[in-house]
Design a protein around this ligand. Structure first.
Ligand code: FE2
Ligand code: FE2
Length: 389
């Protein structure tokens, strides 16, 4: 798919503003754009509008992916172990993509299976906190949007399980590892959704953090994962916009609605910052992952990028980020901010968050309830095979 020009409010371009000013666009410009943004759900104001937008990066990654597929791959391996490794290293160094047909080191395979499976599990478990509000959405329109969003998350899980399967692991095996607790999902989904505003905060902050994390993965060295991420990121950008739009509506509503929106942002801010993982000094998988071009930026770099993006957007919402120490640092060209409580992050990862038990109990129940579907599908496939034989 080629590059499609995106809607931009007439007469004002954030990218033009960003070019003439070292600081991200100011509150005034964003306020001018906000009313127009509410009429236009592809408007640039919702995404990362500082400089090159996140969606532009996804499109660049898609172009790179096509170029890598068309580029000549000189000197295939001669089959010896040393040559297989040489070829793998060369493909990575040349920014080409590793495909399922290629030999890969076992540690690369294992690391990717762990990461992609954890990502797939997060998409599936992540349907629960929002699914909680489908039957209580405040209007038919909100309900339809939320249904579509939760369904998108199921689709993301499926793309990712399919990508993991190209590494020689069965989806059934991965699902079992989630159910046994041998594989994890993102700690963010162990927090409860207490009010309708939480659906807005999840879209704005949780999907927003997911995009910042995932856009660089569109350039990951493993082709099937990179391709899945391109599709996912395009959908995630809409998730972020729908969350922003819910909060924008509440923040401009009655006093009670405004307080509800602020309360949700207060509760989701630090868990969203924790989504980028432990600080670089305590991150165990990062270095190798960067050398293999799976991960492109460190946890702390991505967290900073997210904070810088959110400060501008919070000013459009007119909601406060719950951090008294948040301030612009002209020297660094970024905002200083308070780190999340990493002890809490580790407690939640270990299974002691507010909803860990509930989320897993629900997943077990859904898996058990679906047993008859799996049995029927297997019986049907066996019958088709027998008929064909
Ligand atoms: Fe998703
Ligand atoms: Fe999402």
């Amino acid at each position: 798919m080629g590059s499609v020009p995106r809607d931009e409010p007439s007469g004002v371009s954030l990218s033009r503003v960003a070019e003439t000013d070292q600081r991200p666009p100011g509150r005034e410009v964003l306020h001018m754009l906000a009313p127009q943004a509410s009429d236009c759900n592809t408007c640039v104001v919702y995404g990362d509008d500082v400089g090159q937008s996140l969606l532009d990066q996804v499109e660049d990654a898609e172009r790179e992916l096509r170029a890598a597929a068309e580029a000549d791959r000189a000197g295939g391996p001669d089959g010896s172990d040393a040559d297989l490794q040489r070829y793998f290293d060369e493909v990575i160094a040349a920014d080409q993509k590793i495909e399922p047909r290629d030999w890969i080191p076992e540690a690369y395979r294992k690391g990717l299976v762990r990461q992609i499976a954890q990502h797939a599990h997060s998409e599936i478990i992540g349907m629960q906190p929002e699914g909680n509000w489908i039957s209580r959405a405040p209007s038919l329109k909100r309900k339809a949007i939320l249904l579509a969003k939760v369904q998108d998350e199921a689709g993301h899980g499926l793309y990712l399980y399919a990508a993991a399967e190209t590494l020689g692991v069965a989806r059934e095996e991965l699902v079992q590892m989630l159910l046994d607790g041998r594989q994890k999902y993102s700690s963010i989904f162990n927090y409860p959704t207490l009010t309708w505003a939480d659906i807005g905060a999840i879209g704005w902050l949780v999907d927003g953090a997911a995009i910042v994390n995932q856009v660089p993965l569109c350039r990951c060295s493993y082709g099937p994962y990179a391709r899945a991420m391109i599709r996912i990121c395009k959908e995630e950008s809409f998730h972020q916009r729908q969350g922003f739009e819910i909060l924008y509506t509440l923040a401009n509503g009655t006093g009670a609605q405004r307080r509800m929106a602020q309360d949700a942002v207060d509760r989701w801010w630090y868990p969203s910052l924790a989504m980028f993982g432990p600080p670089d000094t305590a991150s165990t998988h990062s270095e190798q992952s960067m050398a293999w071009k799976i991960k492109r930026f460190s946890n702390d770099d991505l967290r900073q990028r997210f904070v810088d993006m959110c400060v501008q957007q919070a000013s459009v919402l007119g909601l406060a980020i719950p951090d008294p120490d948040l301030r612009w640092n002209a020297e660094r060209g970024s905002y200083d901010f308070t780190d999340p409580d990493y002890d809490e992050l580790f407690r939640v990862i270990k299974g002691n968050g507010p909803c860990n038990r509930q989320r897993m109990a629900y997943r077990h129940r859904a898996y058990d309830d679906g047993a008859w579907v799996r049995e029927a599908a297997a019986a049907h496939a066996a019958k088709r095979r027998a008929e064909a034989a």
